[in-house]
Design a protein around this ligand. Structure first.
Ligand SMILES: [Zn+2]
Length: 185
């Protein structure tokens, strides 16, 4: 068994390869290489070397071929699924990116709207302030006007009693009364 270490292990179970020698039977002597674990072996050969070569180079068994084809198909299928997931993921990523951009755009728009509203509020506050001031001024003017009327009435009564109703006060006198009152107020 000089060549036993050249024997490959069993392709079916992984068991250690072994040489079988048959002699002294009814037929001619022959060699065979096979598995020490299961019953897989090579064809009958005339020499030990041929048996080892036959064993080492044996074509893959049909069952193995079928299994390999099945596994290759499975790998193909998984690759397709994986590619689909990758594509989906890319798509989702793109959608996510687009949504993020939209959110940013919306917050930017809202931010400027908020600023505009704040400015408008500020302007409104100023307007209210001005209205208040004008109302106050208006009130003061009304008071002044009231006093002017009183003074003018008083002037008319005085001049009427002094000079009689026909004369009244002259326009110049009335104006000077008004000016005086306005300056005092
Ligand atoms: Zn085996």
């Amino acid at each position: 068994m000089s060549n036993e270490n050249e024997i490959k292990s069993c392709p079916a179970c992984g068991g250690k390869g072994k040489i079988w020698t048959y002699s002294g039977g009814d037929c001619a002597d022959y060699y065979s290489a096979g598995c020490s674990n299961c019953d897989l072996d090579s064809s009958h050969c005339d020499t030990e070397k041929e048996a080892i070569e036959a064993w080492n180079n044996q074509p893959a068994r049909e069952a193995d071929k079928a299994r390999i084809a099945e596994l290759e198909a499975k790998v193909q299928e998984l690759n397709t699924t994986l590619n689909m997931y990758v594509a989906d993921n890319i798509e989702v990523g793109q959608e996510n990116q687009e949504l993020k951009a939209k959110v940013q755009e919306l917050s930017r728009i809202h931010e400027s709207e908020i600023k505009e509203l704040e400015n408008e509020t500020f302007e409104l506050d100023e307007l209210f302030q001005q209205i208040n001031e004008l109302q106050q001024e208006n009130q003061e003017l009304k008071t002044k006007l009231e006093r002017v009327r009183e003074e003018v009435d008083k002037g008319f009564q005085t001049s009427s009693s002094t000079y009689g109703l026909d004369h009244g006060v002259s326009v110049m006198e009335a104006l000077s009364y008004i000016e005086e009152v306005l300056n005092d107020a």
